[in-house]
Design a protein around this ligand. Sequence first.
Ligand SMILES: C[S@@+](CC[C@H](N)C(=O)[O-])C[C@H]1O[C@@H](n2cnc3c(N)ncnc32)[C@H](O)[C@@H]1O
Length: 230
Amino acid sequence: MSKFHLESKEARLIILQRIELATSFLKKIRKLFGRYIFSNYISKYFLDTRSIEKKYYELMKSELELLENHIVFENKRILSIGGGLGGLEILIARKFDCSFSFIEKNYISKKVKYGWDQNNKEAYNDLKLLENFLINNNMNKEKFKIFDYDKDILPDEKFDIIISLYSLDYHYDFDIYSKYLKKICHSETILVFDTIKADLYKKIFNRVQIIKKDDQTVHKSKRIVCNGFI
Ligand SMILES: C[S@@+](CC[C@H](N)C(=O)[O-])C[C@H]1O[C@@H](n2cnc3c(N)ncnc32)[C@H](O)[C@@H]1O
């Protein structure tokens, strides 16, 4: 199977979701002009879509390789919270027979801050572009549903795996989802997300395993795999 097919509008979005995909030149320009002007005007002319497409594919491939060492994916119902453009889920779908529900936000905040946000006003997605990217990359339309966190009734079914990379607890309080998560988890449901408070989750879940440490980043977060709400 080929790599990803990424359109230029999607490339402009993905560098907001994954800052590591931007070159240092782009990061400098963004600092100079501010994020709003950068995202809406400057990035149109300075982005190398093909190079971002390749880097995004490689990044998502390495994310999947890590998760595969800890999670069994075959035949699972997967909930993706804040999945961005869904590159990871596309790679899971190419390898395993799974179904997907995406919960995301449908707007791009003017001032994107990378870090924890108590009010959960930070978002950078466009649900039409998400759908477009999934379909263009051969995700079967029957296999996924997209939910707008601010407008839709969230899916009311039990999921086997919940994935939220650099979103839940990383950008906004876990509590905004905790009641909902309890409702949609069964005893074996696996949750994977990034946090700076790994120890706190040992009081919330029966099992918490740290599978990655981001020591080089400002946030110094850890990726944890959890299951069994206490
Ligand atoms: C840093 S990006 C990470 C995207 C993706 N998980 C990845 O690893 O590439 C965080 C994502 O969380 C989304 N987000 C923010 N608040 C959310 C919420 N309450 N529910 C679901 N997604 C949310 C943003 O729109 C953004 O796409």
